[in-house]
Design a protein around this ligand. Structure first.
Ligand SMILES: [Zn+2]
Length: 177
């Protein structure tokens, strides 16, 4: 059984859909192009379709992985978003509050780090992550604070609950194979 199926069975349903085949994603991309023309967003449809994996509800829209792919940093990051969507009001908070967005993205980054502890989290890594959050419309100070907070929780051995769940299921899945 692949990891997506295993996770779906033990925690909550997750689906992976090729982004390029989703008319819903194409429509969202169209809105982004319009938003870019109106200077409301930074990315247009082409970049959205090619460069980003997008998770909405239980569905991960991606051109970079399928349900059969080996668990990866990207996969665990997106599964964390699936768990976040189960919280009432998350999508509104994510869309309209850059502070909340910084928290949710940094939590997903923590999930990847916890599942793949080999990642080197030096100053250069922190700077890359801060810049990445700024591309999502977050202020530099907020972005840095959230990234450093998630790293600190990891160092103290107190990661957040959702990353812990994903990591535990990954360990169980490996043991079951
Ligand atoms: Zn994300």
């Amino acid at each position: 059984m692949n990891f997506i199926e295993y996770f779906s069975q033990h925690v909550t349903k997750v689906k992976v859909v090729p982004k390029e085949q989703s008319s819903f994603m194409k429509m969202l991309g169209g809105f982004l192009t319009l938003g870019k023309k109106l200077k409301l967003t930074n990315i247009d449809k082409q970049s959205f379709m090619n460069d980003y994996t997008t998770t909405i509800g239980h569905t991960i829209y991606s051109n970079d992985m399928t349900e059969d792919s080996d668990p990866s940093s990207l996969m665990t990051h997106e599964i964390c978003h699936v768990l976040q969507f189960k919280v009432c009001g998350m999508s509104t908070a994510y869309l309209f509050s850059p502070k909340q967005r910084a928290f949710y993205e940094s939590e997903a980054a923590q999930a990847s780090l916890l599942c793949f502890p080999g990642t080197k989290t030096d100053d250069a890594w922190v700077e890359r992550k801060v810049k990445w959050l700024m591309d999502y419309g977050c202020k530099e100070t907020v972005a840095r604070r959230e990234i450093l907070a998630r790293l600190d929780e990891l160092k103290r051995g107190e990661p957040l609950a959702r990353p812990q769940v994903i990591c535990q299921i990954l360990i169980d899945w490996k043991a079951s194979n």
